[in-house]
Design a protein around this ligand. Structure first.
Ligand SMILES: Nc1ncnc2c1ncn2[C@@H]1O[C@H](COP(=O)(O)OP(=O)(O)OP(=O)(O)O)[C@@H](O)[C@H]1O
Length: 800
């Protein structure tokens, strides 16, 4: 945790005034962080906080007045300042915003009716020019988030900091600390749960008490904790209970009543309760689930609040699951789509268990199509240890045309992923395969998704190995590099897959190149495989100064499968290196018809450039043609004219973003001279108008039938003059610039490959109406993909 805080310390307030967002799930430590910053400021020990004359810490759930001035005035007034002082302080705030820090903790807890007004008031108030820090759970949708200039994510404990925390918790009892750590290490679900600091505290408290079986789900953690508190309470008052099950049964009705109060509070976005509201639970008030604010000591009636908001959420779920009034489809339909009830739903599924089918049926009816809704569903499935009938209810919602694209289905930003979500997906897949008519034919997982749940990913790979309906898989092998050999055996054993897309590790610390090559070769040697896409990104830090770390023997270890028809390589120097390894094999390959290279950043890296040129030379010397070639690398301008002179290529996709003007002209002339070229796509991130002006020359003469132009900047896309007989079709046009996503390069390549496949089918008849209808289909299939990665103008000119 120190690591996370020192990160904040260095980065949070070092620029000019700005609005910083800190996001993280329930119990991750957002409130703790806010208090620590306020404490450090008051202590005067942290350099970057010394510039602030005043720091305001606002607990957003207490705000019932939407004007920012009111909020600040209320805070000052609570310090018992008199009216004149309040005005003077507000004047100081207004005229010196750069000396003010406002910390707004728990934006997700602002009452819904106030959200819009509060955002408006903030943007107009002088505080917009102050430093501000906002914390929120990820499910919040408050418009104030749009005012944020930068965002950070709180990730909770690292494995090391968790171990330190547990040792500190049990500092008097080393054996208990070691016992708990050992238990967490050997239990995969538990190790995921324990990285959340609040859960870690709860686990330590439980371990003190039970030292037996520990919970595997969040719901079990909370119910065991409550059971433990209730048992301790009865012991305190001299009525110890013997049977564990009896503990909760005895107090069930009281917990339902308390849950009803908790539910009412959440509906009103209220964490604080007055004593009369709790009069139906006279005894349990002292169990330890509720606490009184110490600051309210002077008040005659001190309000109560739940120990933590998550306890309020658990009890709400308890009420909905256990009471007659709570357990109705109407209640579920209100609760499930409400982002404020996110945690409640997770607990609710865990409590309902085999009664959860109503819950999941309602989910499929009321959910929006967001990734967050999918995350929620997986978390809920995990909590109730899915029975196959529950999986059958929700699986169709995750699969489009047979494809289960895990990566785009989930809101995966490391922190907000459901517990063991890949293991849950694996269970879903398994259950689909056992079904009489399985329908999942493709599965896609990216490296970020896999890296955030490695044990789940291993389980998923094993399931994939036995799925007989899968035709396409897209997987990163990087997170499991250490057991790549066994993974390659699993994947090799699957004979239904004809298309595979792998992120593979190169120069991986734990594995020498020849071992990686052997494992990859084994995967590629499957007889069913036709289409392979390999992506590899080595460490950019090492790429300039490190010589290739392979020998002649290594070269011999890499083999392409015998029946491949299409091979794509994506990456930087590592991909060039890889191409070099396989260039002789590619050159001689009998069935390989398409080669796509999406290799970037070569102009900064001479090694990459020379590897690429020599590999292409080797390949083209062996074989006169490669049907499709996608080149996307900085110094392609140097290579393309040579390639076009020496080879016959029909389809070419070229990233011309980094081409100097003269090189672009040379490439265009070379394209015009080519005798074989039929379809060209040019895309450019920076110089769209230049590209447009030049591309206009391409359809004049020669065999080129269609030219696609893709650009990221809508404003620079002036349409060039058209020649008679040339038609134009716009496939995407959006007037907004969208920044590139990390998934960009690969998705772009996939989109274009699909585009080429369509076009090549159309071109058989070479009829313009065939092309038109192919393009029309693409408008719906390809373009949302391109638009989603930020390419927002794509048009095609073709000879009619
Ligand atoms: N840095 C930390 N080190 C150790 N324990 C921590 C740390 N941060 C938080 N905790 C523990 O986790 C508990 C919950 O933290 P906190 O209330 O700050 O979470 P939160 O992110 O604000 O949750 P919510 O979104 O539910 O309000 C704290 O009361 C504390 O016991």
């Amino acid at each position: 945790m120190e690591k996370s805080y020192s990160f904040q310390e260095e980065w949070l307030f070092d620029d000019g005034p700005s609005c910083v967002l800190v996001e993280g799930p329930a119990g991750i430590g957002k409130t703790m962080l806010c208090h620590k910053i306020a404490y450090d400021w008051a202590q005067g020990t942290i350099q970057s906080l010394k510039k602030f004359k005043l720091v305001f810490l606002v607990e957003m759930n207490k705000i019932s007045f939407p004007s920012m001035k009111d909020v600040i005035v209320k805070i000052i007034a609570a310090d018992e300042a008199v009216d004149d002082e309040v005005e003077a302080i507000w004047d100081f705030v207004s005229s010196n915003p750069e000396q003010i820090l406002v910390i707004m903790d728990g934006l997700d807890e602002v009452r819904s009716p106030h959200k819009a007004k509060m955002a408006e008031s903030f943007s107009k108030s002088p505080l917009r020019r102050a430093f501000s820090l906002i914390t929120t759970r990820p499910e919040s949708n408050c418009p104030l988030l749009r005012s944020c200039d930068k965002a950070y994510i709180l990730e909770g404990h690292t494995v090391e900091s968790l171990s330190k925390f547990i040792k500190r918790y049990f500092r008097e009892d080393r054996a208990s600390a070691d016992g708990l750590l050992q238990r967490i290490r050997s239990n995969t679900p538990l190790s995921g749960i324990a990285l959340n600091p609040l859960n870690a505290v709860f686990l330590c408290a439980l371990w003190e008490d039970i030292q037996g079986a520990l919970p595997a789900t969040l719901t079990q953690l909370y119910s065991t904790l409550i059971e433990c508190l209730v048992r301790r309470y009865f012991e305190r008052i001299g009525q110890p209970c013997s049977e564990a099950e009896l503990v909760l049964a005895d107090v069930r009705n009281v917990l339902v009543t308390l849950g009803q109060v908790a539910f009412k509070g959440l509906e009103e976005n209220r964490m604080v309760f007055q004593e009369p509201e709790l009069e139906d639970i006279p005894n349990l008030i002292h169990v330890g689930l509720l606490a009184q604010d110490t600051w309210a000591r002077r008040l005659s009636q001190r309000p109560w609040r739940f120990l933590h908001k998550t306890i309020q959420e658990y009890l709400t779920a308890y009420y909905l699951a256990e009471s007659e009034q709570g357990f109705t489809v109407e209640q579920f339909a209100k609760v499930i789509p409400n982002p404020d009830m996110y945690m409640v739903c997770i607990f609710l599924a865990g409590l309902l268990k085999d009664r959860a089918h109503y819950f999941f049926e309602t989910w499929t009816e009321v959910r929006d199509k967001s990734e967050l809704a999918n995350n929620l569903c997986l978390s809920c499935l995990y909590e109730c240890a899915p029975h196959s009938e529950l999986v059958e209810i929700v699986l169709p919602s995750f699969v489009d045309d047979g494809s289960f694209d895990v990566t785009t289905k989930l809101k995966n930003r490391f922190y907000n992923i459901p517990t063991n979500y890949l293991a849950t997906i694996s269970t879903m897949l398994h259950s689909d395969q056992k079904h009489s008519d399985p329908f999942v034919t493709a599965i896609v997982v990216d490296r970020w998704t896999a890296a955030s749940d490695v044990p789940g990913f291993r389980q998923l790979l094993r399931t994939i190995g036995v799925c007989k309906t899968l035709q396409h898989i897209s997987l990163p092998l990087f997170p499991v590099a250490c057991d790549l050999q066994s993974m390659s055996s699993v994947l090799h054993a699957n004979h239904s897959v004809s298309s595979i897309d792998l992120d593979i590790p190169l120069r991986c610390k734990s594995m020498p190149v020849h071992e990686i090559n052997m494992a990859v070769s084994r995967i590629l040697s499957s007889d069913s495989l036709r289409k392979v896409r390999l992506s590899m990104f080595g460490s950019s830090r090492q790429k300039h100064d490190r010589p290739p770390s392979f020998s002649e023997d290594d070269l011999r270890t890499l083999k392409l499968g015998a029946f491949l028809s299409s091979l794509s390589l994506t990456g930087n120097t590592s991909a060039a290196l890889f191409l070099h390894l396989i260039s002789v094999d590619v050159g001689k390959h009998k069935t390989l018809a398409a080669l796509s290279l999406n290799i970037s950043e070569t102009e900064k890296d001479p090694l990459c450039s020379s590897l690429l040129s020599s590999s292409l030379e080797t390949i083209f010397k062996q074989r006169g043609t490669v049907n499709k070639l996608l080149l996307s690398y900085g110094s392609a301008s140097l290579v393309v004219p040579t390639i076009l002179r020496t080879t016959a290529i029909k389809y070419l996709i070229l990233d011309v973003s980094k081409f100097p003007d003269q090189d672009l002209c040379d490439v265009i002339s070379a394209l015009n001279r080519s005798k074989s070229m039929e379809f060209v796509v040019l895309f450019s991130e920076v110089a769209a108008s230049q590209v447009y002006a030049n591309a206009g020359k391409l359809l004049h003469k020669g065999p080129i039938k269609a030219v696609g132009l893709l650009s990221r900047f809508p404003h620079s896309c002036q349409s060039p003059s058209h020649k008679p007989g040339v038609k134009r079709m716009t496939l995407i046009a959006s007037d907004q610039y969208v920044p590139t996503s990390t998934k960009g390069a690969k998705m772009l390549q996939t989109a274009f490959e699909e585009w080429f496949d369509e076009i090549s089918r159309a071109d058989m008849k070479a009829q313009s109406d065939v092309i038109t209808s192919a393009l029309d289909t693409l408008k719906f299939q390809t373009c949302p993909k391109l638009a989603s990665i930020g390419w927002n103008h794509f048009e095609v000119w073709y000879k009619a």
